[in-house]
Design a protein around this ligand. Structure first.
Ligand code: UDP
Ligand code: MG
Length: 431
C-alpha cells in the first residue's frame, strides 16, 4: 500500500541550499522514501553540509570524485542520475536538485495520484520559482503552471516537478540503452532530453498544485547561459566561475593574464561570463603571455599593431597583418585608436604581410576585417573570413557589443558578400 519512492538529488557546490533540499525530503508527510544524494565532487564546504545527514537510515550518499578534466565530457547530472536509477529500488522515481525544495505534501500527493490511476506512469506538478539577485534578495517570483496533459513536456516541465514509474524508466532503457542521455550537448536541458524519451511512451499527467520551490541563483547555469550564442565569436574575452580569463582566438580559448590584457589594450569591461561547461568546450590554445611579444606567430588576432617608427597601422587576422589604408578607412570600420598596440619593427616584419584593408567596398576581393559589426536596417552581422554572419540582437548585447558602433552596410554590398553561419542563442523556455 505504501510503495517506495526513490528520490535522486544531484549536488554540486551549493553549500548554501543543499541542506535545505535534503531537509525538505526528511520533512515529507509520506514516509516511504529513500534518498540518493549524488554529489559531483563538490568542495569541502558542500560535502560538510551533506555529511550532517548521512546517519539517516534512508539516505544514501555517493561522491563521483570526477576529475576536473572529465567534468565536461558528459552532462554530469544525467550521468549521476543514471547511476542512481540503477542502484535504487523504488517503484517510483523522483528528481531533486541542490537549489530546490519539495513542499511537505509532494510525495504523498503524487503517490496517491499514481496509485489511484494505474495506467498513468508520469505526473508533474506546478512549481514556485524564486529568482535571486545578488545579496540574497528575491528579484522575481512566478509559478510555473500546469499545461494539462502534456505530449511534449520538454522545456515546459522542470527537473524537480516530475515523478514517474520505474517501469517506464526501464522501457526507456530498453529502447535507448540508457535512461538519461548524458551527451554533453544536453548540459542546458538534460531533463528536456529525458522528457522527450518519456513522451515517446506516454504523456505527462498534471497535478494542478504547487509542490516544489525552485531557487534560481545568479550563478545558475541556466541564467548564465541566457543569450549565449552556439558559437562564441573570435576576439571575445570570456570567463567561467573561476577568475581565469580567456581570449577566443581561432575558436580556441587562450588564457590571458590581467597584465597582458592591459599591455594588449583589452578592456576588462568586455569580459563575458559564461557557464563552465560551455567554456571548457573550447580546446585550450597557447596562452597570451609575455611570449607573444617575442614570438609573433603567437600574437593574438583581431588586434591593431603599429611600430613607433612608422605611421602604418596593421590589423591582425588569421595570423597575418593587413595594412589599413588610411585614417578614413580606420574610422570607417570603427577601429578604436585606444586599442593600437605599439610593437617593434622586428615583430611587425615577422608577421606575414597580406592585403590592404580599403574602402569603399565594391567587390568580394575587398577585405572585411574579422569581428567588425555591421548593420542593415534592424539586422546585424559580424564579418569573419569575408562572410557576413547574422547575429541576434540579444546575443549582441550578451557579448557586450555596442550596436551604436555598428558600421552601416551599404545596400549594394549586402548581396555581394556571402552569408556565414549565424550567431544565435539556444532557446530555453524555463528561464
Ligand atoms: N551539477 C552536477 N555537476 C556539475 C554541475 C552541476 O552534477 O558539474 C548538477 C547540479 O548539482 C544540479 C544540476 O546539475 O543538480 C543543474 O545545475 P545548476 O543548478 O547549476 O543549473 P540550473 O539550475 O541553472 O539548470
Ligand atoms: Mg539548478
Amino acid at each position: 500500500m505504501n510503495p517506495l519512492v526513490s528520490i535522486i538529488l544531484t549536488s554540486y557546490n551549493k553549500s548554501a541550499s543543499v541542506g535545505q533540499a535534503i531537509e525538505s525530503v526528511i520533512k515529507q508527510t509520506y514516509p516511504h522514501w529513500e534518498l540518493f544524494i549524488m554529489d559531483d565532487n563538490s568542495n569541502e564546504e558542500t560535502v560538510g553540509v551533506i555529511e550532517q545527514f548521512l546517519d539517516h537510515p534512508r539516505i544514501y550518499y555517493y561522491n563521483s570524485h570526477v576529475a576536473e578534466s572529465d567534468r565536461y565530457k558528459t552532462t554530469r547530472y544525467a550521468t549521476l542520475i543514471n547511476q542512481a536509477i540503477a542502484d535504487s529500488r523504488g517503484k517510483y522515481l523522483s528528481y531533486l536538485t541542490d537549489d530546490n525544495i519539495y513542499l511537505p505534501q509532494r510525495l504523498k500527493v503524487m503517490v496517491n495520484y499514481l496509485e489511484k490511476n494505474k495506467t498513468v506512469q508520469i505526473v508533474y506538478s506546478e512549481q514556485l520559482v524564486k529568482v535571486y539577485g545578488h545579496n540574497q534578495t528575491v528579484t522575481q517570483e512566478f509559478v510555473r503552471k500546469n499545461y494539462g496533459i502534456l505530449h511534449k513536456a520538454a522545456n515546459r516541465v522542470d527537473h524537480c516537478s516530475v515523478m514517474h514509474t520505474r517501469k517506464i524508466a526501464n522501457q526507456v532503457f530498453n529502447k535507448y540503452q540508457s535512461y538519461w542521455d548524458d551527451d554533453p550537448q544536453f548540459w542546458l536541458n538534460g531533463d528536456a532530453a529525458f522528457w522527450t524519451r518519456l513522451n515517446q511512451l506516454q504523456p505527462f499527467y498534471p497535478i494542478p498544485q504547487v509542490l516544489d520551490v525552485a531557487w534560481k541563483f545568479p550563478e545558475s547555469f541556466q541564467r548564465l547561459y541566457l543569450h549565449v550564442p552556439n558559437t562564441i565569436p573570435d576576439g571575445t574575452l570570456i570567463r567561467g566561475l573561476a577568475k581565469d580569463v580567456y581570449l577566443i582566438d581561432q575558436q580556441k580559448r587562450r588564457k590571458i593574464s590581467e597584465e597582458m590584457m592591459t599591455r594588449l589594450h583589452y578592456s576588462k569591461n568586455s569580459i563575458i561570463k559564461i557557464p563552465d561547461p560551455f567554456l571548457f568546450k573550447y580546446d585550450e590554445g597557447a596562452p597570451v603571455d609575455e611570449n607573444v611579444l617575442l614570438s609573433p606567430a603567437l600574437f593574438p588576432n583581431q588586434r591593431l599593431v603599429k611600430s613607433k617608427n612608422a605611421p602604418a597601422i596593421y590589423y591582425l587576422q588569421n595570423n597575418r597583418r593587413y595594412l589599413i589604408k588610411n585614417m578614413n578607412t580606420f574610422n570607417y570600420f570603427q577601429f578604436n585608436p585606444n586599442e593600437i598596440v605599439m610593437v617593434d619593427d622586428k615583430t611587425i616584419e615577422a608577421i606575414p604581410n597580406s592585403q590592404q584593408i580599403i574602402e569603399p567596398l565594391n567587390t568580394i576581393q575587398n577585405i572585411l576585417p574579422n569581428g567588425v559589426l555591421w548593420k542593415s536596417n534592424q539586422q546585424f552581422f559580424l564579418s569573419y573570413n569575408n562572410r557576413l554572419h547574422p547575429i541576434q540582437h540579444e546575443v549582441l548585447k550578451r557579448l557586450k557589443l555596442s550596436d551604436s558602433k555598428a558600421v552601416t552596410l551599404p545596400p549594394t554590398f549586402l548581396p555581394k558578400f556571402p552569408r556565414g553561419k549565424s550567431f544565435s542563442y539556444v532557446k530555453n523556455n524555463l528561464m
